[in-house]
Design a binder for this molecule. Structure first.
Ligand SMILES: C[S@@+](CC[C@H](N)C(=O)[O-])C[C@H]1O[C@@H](n2cnc3c(N)ncnc32)[C@H](O)[C@@H]1O
Length: 241
């Protein structure tokens, strides 16, 4: 039994609203944050059920902040937690949140699930993720729902936005500078991990990628491959094609 499945039998009268397959993702992604007094932000409070869950899950001294558009959500705050009221796509709200409670080790967007809101929150809050931290967006299946501003392969959907970040992460390796120029987010976007309905972005400073060879214990490092253009496979054709 995982921590989260066990927690379901310990909830209080504040309704908790998640999908069962999210718990495995939480275990995989959040376990390493439990031992330290992190700063955590969840967008979306609703009936408040996730507030005691995160309080119980994370370190006693973790700073837990929640944001919701609905002023009624303020009453769900537990001692040692803060519920801020505001809109998740409002730049002033997010700047105030970041100035007061950031930088954040973990941000979890479980708010409106409107695609444009998810993108606006990411753009405003990603700079306020601490080194080694995660930006996590839940309910990304709304990317496939026109009523939420999504729709299959809709460029305006959050999933398509996240795929473009995946491209940007690889922009070190561009072979088409006009079409695909280097994007500086590559210097801090360590990985984008796609789960069913959850997208995780990890922030970690990275140097330009370095190729390594070793022969007879002689290690050679090189970034020359990043300068080359018009690359062709040195290994193609070995199978006769
Ligand atoms: C899915 S519920 C949150 C569930 C809660 N995190 C849980 O685990 O039980 C979504 C919440 O997002 C809030 N919300 C909707 N639009 C919002 C917006 N533009 N900005 C901030 N919060 C918003 C709603 O008021 C609602 O309380």
């Amino acid at each position: 039994m995982t921590w989260f499945k066990d927690y379901l039998s310990r909830t209080d009268d504040r309704l908790l609203m998640k999908w069962t397959h999210y718990f495995d993702v939480y275990e995989r992604e959040f376990t390493r944050f439990r031992a330290s007094p992190i700063s955590f932000l969840e967008i979306g409070v609703f009936k408040g059920g996730s507030i005691p869950m995160w309080k119980s899950y994370f370190h006693n001294d973790a700073r837990l902040t929640f944001l919701d558009i609905d002023p009624d959500c303020a009453r769900h705050a537990d001692p040692g937690t803060t519920v801020e009221i505001g809109k998740q796509a409002d730049p002033e709200t997010l700047a105030r949140l970041a100035a007061t409670h950031g930088p954040f080790d973990l941000i979890l967007d479980d708010g409106s699930h409107v695609n444009a809101h998810q993108i606006a929150s990411f753009n405003a809050l990603w700079p306020h993720i601490a080194e080694g931290g995660l930006y996590v967006v839940e309910d990304c299946h709304t990317s496939y729902w026109p009523g939420f501003g999504g729709g299959y392969r809709n460029e305006a959907s959050f999933i398509e936005f996240a795929k473009r970040k995946l491209d940007a992460m690889h922009s070190w390796y561009t072979d088409q500078d006009d079409l695909f120029p280097f994007d500086p987010i590559a210097e801090q976007l360590h990985s984008v991990r796609f789960y069913d309905s959850i997208t995780v972005f990890e922030k970690r400073k990275s140097q330009p990628p370095t190729a390594v060879t070793s022969q007879n214990g002689n290690v050679q490092l090189s970034r020359r491959a990043l300068e080359i253009r018009g690359r062709k496979s040195a290994f193609a054709g070995k199978d006769g094609t």
